[in-house]
Ligand binder design. Structure first.
Ligand code: NAP
Length: 305
């Protein structure tokens, strides 16, 4: 089996940028991506805070990143990474498509949306319950929908849903949203957004699809019924770190790093997967570039030691 210089696990903004930088440094580099390059940002239709592009479609942006990465010789394999073994100074990644080995690794598997864990959520997923406004928004044209959560994801996706829905109830368990100020201003200016504050979802109900949700007021305890045909859930992120749990040190599931290095020499982490104060495309890209640079330094020290 060929021993590569670097394997990057995850092909989102962090992984693709790491691939671009590593390939330009002439490291033999393989990105292992489970579904398709692009990452979780593809669940949003547009991005407006990535410098240099202006408001742009996420698919177009990620397509450029992928092409740029391939252009310099980075290979991308669509496969699920299942296990990582460390043998001496190299690592073997067992995937759904075979085994690959390299002298260094960058972990960049990102996160996924957290579930609300209420009755009806699982039952109606795909039948009114959704975690992707871009994918499913058009199915709710002229209907009333609910969005659950109070962060940037919930608030931005609620705004996106106003393009289709008649009314968008934005249900948050506190009195204040925690999204960026400009997003909160837009919520106030949009007459289709109806904030439902100090409220939590107790149950999602219906027959063949979602018909209503049961809400509980967190202050009074009062229960009310809200008629909606769709419920979009954005209540935070879960790190995709399950296969790394016996490999590197984690904190609440996120990979702990010190200047992007994990506690295992030769393994670096980049992007949303690691413990970091800000999870954005720009910060993921910056991580990817730095992680590739550090991997190159590590490999060069390894060769001379
Ligand atoms: P988040 O910032 O962690 O917010 C999660 C929200 O869900 C919070 O308001 C939280 O309430 C609420 N929540 C959590 N568990 C809940 C439950 N069981 N029931 C009801 N509500 C619950 O997650 P996010 O919005 O997905 O954002 C994740 C990261 O991505 C953040 O760093 C964010 O800034 C970034 N992001 C950035 C952009 C952008 O810049 N354009 C867009 C999207 C996401 P509390 O407020 O009470 O904790």
């Amino acid at each position: 089996m060929e021993l590569l210089d670097l394997i990057i696990i995850g092909g989102g903004p962090a992984g693709l940028t790491a691939g671009l930088y590593a390939s330009r440094s002439r490291l033999s580099t393989l990105i292992i991506e489970k579904t398709a390059p692009g990452g979780m940002i593809l669940l949003s239709s547009e991005i407006e805070n990535y410098p240099g592009t202006g408001k742009t479609g996420t698919y177009a942006l990620m397509q450029i990143m992928e092409n740029q990465c391939r252009e310099f010789g980075c290979s991308i394999k669509i496969a699920e990474a299942l296990e990582i073994r460390k043998t001496g100074h190299f690592f073997t990644v067992r995937t759904s498509e075979g085994e690959f080995s390299a002298s260094s690794l960058i972990l960049a598997t990102g996160t996924r949306y957290k579930k609300l864990e209420v009755p009806g959520e699982r039952e109606f997923t795909g039948r009114g319950v959704s975690y992707c406004a871009t994918c499913d928004g058009p199915f709710f044209r002229n209907q009333d929908v609910a969005v659950v959560g109070g962060g940037n994801s919930a608030c931005e996706e609620a705004l996106h849903l106003t393009k289709f829905a008649k009314k968008v109830y934005l249900i948050h368990r506190r009195l204040e949203f925690r999204a960026t100020s400009i997003v909160k201003e837009r919520l106030k200016q949009n007459s289709k957004i109806v904030p439902v504050l100090n409220s939590v979802v107790q149950e999602i109900r219906g027959k063949t699809g979602v018909e209503n949700i049961l809400l509980r007021n967190t202050e009074s305890g009062a229960i009310s019924e809200l008629p909606v045909t769709g419920t979009f859930i954005f209540v935070g992120l879960i790190p995709n770190s399950e296969i790394f749990k016996n490999l590197v040190e984690l904190e609440e599931g996120f990979v702990k790093t010190r200047e992007l290095q994990t506690d295992v020499p030769g393994i670096f982490a980049a992007g949303d997967l690691r413990v970091t104060p800000l999870r954005q495309v720009i910060t993921a890209c910056a991580d990817g570039a730095s992680a590739a640079f550090l991997a190159e330094k590590y490999l060069s020290n390894l060769r001379t030691s």
